[in-house]
Design a protein around this ligand. Structure first.
Ligand code: 4AD
Ligand code: MG
Length: 454
């Protein structure tokens, strides 16, 4: 039997093919209402779009299908056969039911945790197994899907190769991360210490040094005890490595990538975005347009410090060349000073990982951080040090166990080549696109300190 989705039903309406058409459809009940004359109105949704489909069930159909009033509740799953009609006054499609069957009943209707009313996100987090049934979480999921689809599409169209870099690793990509260690049996399964990776970059570089333009997209893990609205212990990252390129070209690529994906989301998920505007009580389409129109200012780290120094009294910390740009400083720069998202380049070598290419001044590296207004850093990247001697020096300076990185160093021994890359935090970008201010509501099953329940 073919079941029409809500999305398909909406399309039928647009094409005006609905006249006298019997269809089968299904969904989970979102709300029910009885008219004075005993007609039952049911809103169902199957997740294919934000709009529910309205089902109209006459009294005699309820009787014929042996449906009792008490049994038809929010959350039940049902299948329906009926006639599509358009309610001209409401301009919506209705299915006038001929047959109706409850597939999944709910015993204690008043115990079903999701009601049609507004639920706080903190409450929903504690029912992560059911929260996908809300408009909020299902909208975010549809937007995430579009983003991932078009990220692949963007890189595929540019002839990049997708490389599945490993999740289990013996190595710390960044050189100073806190990592989750994997427990092994006494004999040690791998005969080596194993961790969950913080980034696939180093493995990705090995493929760039053969396939030239590569990217990965997968989960990464961080064990820092960061209890903030923008940190997760498990999140998704898209990374790319490209040979014979530099920071300038990488920035151009980043702007194109962000613009392309936001444009596609605006086109494909407009109803989800409209819902989110209503939910947030704030229209953030202008933020999307800023990205679509590539309005991001590039600025040197040293210039940033000069700007901050002038307003030093405003901030908790002392402003000196060499500090990391904290969330407070990011906020000041993007919201107050530039009134725009920014890309900071050429950071001090001291605050950046060993693999970044040292600039001629020997104090800074050829790095970039993309800082979006209201969110903060969403992308980190750099030119990679491809000179073996210099890379050896960086490793020594940063007190990194060189032995472990032997294969990474080999890339510089055998046919080295200049290359650059970056890593995009998927959930951080989604926070910007959806205007949802807590990353724990962006990922389906968030992992963070003291929380691993689903
Ligand atoms: O800046 P990060 O640590 O860079 C790297 O891992 C590089 N190896 C990437 C590369 O050049 N291939 O992380 C990249 C991005 C950040 O900009 C941020 O958006 C996101 O990953 N991110 C997090 N997102 C959620 N929770 C966390 N704990 C995150 N840590 C980083
Ligand atoms: Mg970073």
């Amino acid at each position: 039997m073919y079941y029409y989705s809500s999305k398909k039903i909406q399309k039928i309406k647009k094409k005006k093919q609905y006249k006298k058409k019997y269809i089968n459809t299904y969904g989970w009940i979102k709300s029910t209402r009885y008219s004075k004359t005993g007609i039952l109105f049911i809103d169902i949704n199957d997740g294919s779009s934000i709009e529910p489909t309205q089902i109209i069930v006459k009294k005699k159909i309820l009787k014929k299908n042996k449906i009792k009033k008490k049994k038809i509740n929010n959350g039940c799953s049902i299948i329906i056969t009926g006639l599509i009609k358009t309610n001209l006054t409401k301009n919506i499609n209705e299915i006038h039911a001929k047959k109706i069957k409850i597939i999944g009943k709910i015993k204690n209707a008043n115990k079903y945790p999701i009601s049609p009313k507004y639920h706080r996100t903190e409450y929903l987090r504690n029912i992560s197994h059911l929260r996908a049934r809300t408009k909020l979480i299902s909208s975010i999921s549809r937007i995430r899907n579009t983003l991932i689809y078009y990220l692949h599409n963007f890189f595929q169209k540019k002839n990049f190769y997708w490389i599945p870099t490993p999740i289990i690793t013996p190595l710390d990509t960044e050189g100073n991360s806190q990592m989750f260690q994997i427990k092994q049996n006494k004999k040690k399964f791998f005969n080596n210490t194993a961790y969950l990776t913080v980034s696939g970059q180093l493995n990705l570089e090995t493929y760039a040094c053969s396939l030239s333009k590569v990217y990965n997209l997968g989960p990464v893990f961080r064990a820092e005890n960061s209890n903030t609205k923008k940190h997760l212990a498990e999140f998704w990252m898209l990374e790319t490595e490209i040979v014979l390129t530099n920071i300038k070209k990488i920035i151009k690529l980043i702007k194109k990538m962000l613009s392309f994906c936001c444009k596609k989301i605006l086109k494909n998920n407009i109803n989800d975005l409209l819902f989110l505007i209503k939910y947030n009580k704030k229209d953030h389409i202008s933020s999307l347009n800023e990205i679509i129109n590539k309005k991001i200012i590039t600025i040197d780290y040293t210039e940033v410090i000069k700007i901050l120094k002038k307003k030093e009294k405003k901030f908790k910390e002392k402003i000196v060349w060499g500090i990391d740009i904290s969330t407070e400083l990011e906020k000041y720069l993007t919201k107050k000073y530039f009134k725009s998202s920014i890309i900071i380049i050429n950071h001090p070598e001291k605050i950046k990982p060993f693999y970044m290419k040292i600039n001629k001044d020997t104090k800074t590296v050829s790095s970039l951080d993309v800082i979006l207004k209201n969110i903060g850093e969403i992308i980190g990247g750099s030119e990679r040090e491809y000179n073996l001697n210099k890379l050896n020096q960086n490793i020594l300076k940063k007190k990194i166990n060189k032995k472990k990185y032997w294969w990474y160093l080999d890339l510089r021994k055998y046919g080295t080549i200049p290359h650059s890359g970056f890593g995009l935090g998927i959930e951080r970008l989604l926070m910007y696109i959806t205007n949802i201010n807590n990353i724990r509501d962006i990922i389906p099953f968030p992992r963070y300190p003291n929380y691993l329940n689903f």
